[in-house]
Design a protein. Structure first.
Length: 229
């Protein structure tokens, strides 16, 4: 893996979440979202969050068949131990949670060494301030706009001030760090998220629940693009 961290320009990037896909037909479902920018893969361990999804063997195959770079969101305990494996498996971006990590800076640097982008995720009630000093070592901050664990939840507008604060800190430091939102992203919420400072949008139901997946991706991108900072 070379040059992964520089290959995608900053824009309104749409990352469909396979959490809303048909897991029995996963390769076909991944192919359906080829018009998007990233493929968002939620890894849950039933410890950090009360749900269990997929792990290393499945993610490795997802990377092999995906026409899009894979964005792995690790909702797991002990990401310091497990996150590097996802980078080694070919995930282009690996995001770990602030609430679970032991040494975030060291882990981000290890992900970079392995050729992946490094992301830090914050739950809705996690304060961003203690983590802003880490921004120079990150490629992305994921601000959860629902409680992590399940798809189909309602977008939490109360999180938008945190999105603004993260974007403000990134701009003040003149850094090229993306801001991702995940949870309840739809045609009715994506503009608010973009105005607050997000530029990467994880959408599950809004994409996979549409009759025309490519049109749904295009519409989300079109709505967000004018507001992206």
């Amino acid at each position: 893996m070379t040059g992964v961290r520089e290959t995608v320009p900053v824009d309104a990037l749409i990352a469909p979440s396979i959490l809303s896909a048909d897991y029995v037909n996963l390769e076909a479902e991944i192919g359906r979202v080829a018009a998007a920018d990233w493929l968002h893969v939620d890894v849950m361990d039933n410890h950090f969050v009360p749900n269990l999804t997929i792990g290393p063997p499945v993610v490795e195959r997802v990377v092999e068949v995906s026409p899009l770079p894979v964005d792995a969101h690790l909702m797991i305990t002990d990401p310091d131990r497990w996150a590097p494996w996802y980078a080694e498996a070919g995930c282009a971006s690996v995001t770990f949670h602030a609430e679970a990590v032991h040494d975030a800076r060291a882990l981000a640097r290890e992900l970079h060494r392995l050729g992946a982008r490094a992301g830090l995720a914050l739950k809705p009630d996690t304060d961003a301030e203690p983590w802003l000093d880490l921004l120079p070592d990150l490629d992305m901050v994921l601000v959860m706009t629902v409680e992590p664990g399940f798809g189909g939840q309602e977008f939490l507008d109360r999180v938008l001030p945190k999105v603004r604060r993260v974007r403000q800190a990134i701009s003040a430091a003149n850094l090229d760090v993306w801001v991702q939102v995940d949870g309840g992203v739809s045609t009715s919420t994506i503009e608010r998220a973009a105005e607050a400072g997000a530029n990467v949008f994880v959408a599950g139901t809004a994409v996979y629940g549409a009759d025309d997946v490519a049109a749904a991706v295009a519409q989300l991108r079109e709505l967000a693009a004018p507001h992206v900072h």
